[in-house]
Design a protein around this ligand. Structure first.
Ligand code: URC
Length: 308
């Protein structure tokens, strides 16, 4: 039997590096906090099939590169997008046997504490995310994002008029709490931009749309938030959103002779509705390959012969 080695990739996952910017002794310190994962593809068949590791850039070297670039890459380190671009370009341009590099970054926000020049508070409200993919001589693709951004509104949310059949028991409502933990990823059509300003504009647009848009369903709110993100930055091609519906059920307090006018809720944790949608600038945008492509990078579409 001669089997075939299919898609393979390797690299170091979750290199957690913190960089302090303290070059100017008179200036307040700054910092970035990144959890970086590297995935490489290329001429690595022999490493698997004969055990010859001559072409294998060690995952230890991948880790060292991330740490060294936190100093060496200069101002590119200040934004997760430019840091990931510098790393992806290095692996593809400087290591001949590497055909593609995918860099995932989780960036944990810290904010200055009490205007102190060197004290910070970790902002656990959300995590900023980046996926940069670079393959051969094609330009790198950049997907920015955020996750775990939990938001809630106490009114201006309805849900009614839905399909009825024998398993439908949900009562319609004209006034409910709506809450979700936003995960969003957006693909850029240009890599020549101010990444920090772009992120801030999308963050503001998405949270403002959640707050201000009257909601007839979480689907409807995702549509509003996605459009607001595209409005906020003209070089975003599309945005993908994934939002769990964090149900808040009105508790029945009548046994205690208490009225509950949408004031006391059970915050349920599971199951939850999971609402996901992509909002694209135009119908012909297809940025699929820009997201974490994983095994989808394989050229061949998997086909299992009928007689297999
Ligand atoms: O915003 C919502 N969308 C749904 O599809 C749905 N389904 C459900 O039971 N509650 C909700 N809420």
């Amino acid at each position: 039997m001669s089997y075939v080695l299919g898609y393979n990739q390797y690299g170091k996952a979750e290199v957690h590096v913190v960089r302090v910017f303290r070059d100017d002794p008179a200036a307040p310190h700054d910092l970035v906090d990144y959890n970086v994962s590297v995935a490489l593809t290329g001429d690595f068949d022999e490493a698997h099939q004969t055990g010859d590791q001559a072409k294998v850039l060690t995952t230890d070297a991948c880790k060292n590169t991330v740490n060294a670039f936190a100093k060496e890459a200069g101002d590119a380190v200040r934004h997760p997008e430019s840091f990931a671009l510098a790393l992806a370009n290095h692996f593809v341009d400087d290591v001949p046997q590497v055909e593609s590099a995918r860099i995932n970054v989780e960036a944990f926000p810290w904010v200055r504490s009490h205007d102190n020049p060197h004290a910070f508070v970790k902002n656990g409200d959300y995590v900023r995310t980046v996926t940069v993919t670079r393959r051969g001589s094609a330009p790198a693709t950049v997907v920015s994002g955020l996750k775990d951004l939990t938001v809630l509104k106490t009114t201006d949310s309805e849900f009614h008029g839905f399909y009825q059949e024998k398993y439908t028991t949900l009562q319609p409502t004209n006034d409910r709490v709506m809450a979700t933990a936003i995960k969003a990823q957006w693909a850029h059509s240009s890599n020549d931009k101010d990444w920090g300003a772009s992120f801030d504009a999308v963050f503001d647009a998405v949270t403002l749309a959640f707050a201000n848009a009257y909601s007839y369903a979480l689907q409807h709110t995702i549509w509003e938030m996605g459009q607001a993100a595209l409005d906020a930055d003209a070089t975003i091609a599309e945005i993908r959103m994934s939002c769990p519906n964090k149900h808040h059920f009105v508790l029945d307090l009548s046994s205690f002779d208490l009225e509950n006018n949408n004031e006391v809720f059970h915050a349920d944790d599971r199951p939850y509705g999971l609402i996901e949608a992509t909002i694209k600038r135009t119908a012909d945008v297809d940025a699929s390959a820009a997201y974490d492509p994983g095994q989808a990078w394989s050229e061949a579409v998997a086909k299992v012969p009928a007689d297999a």
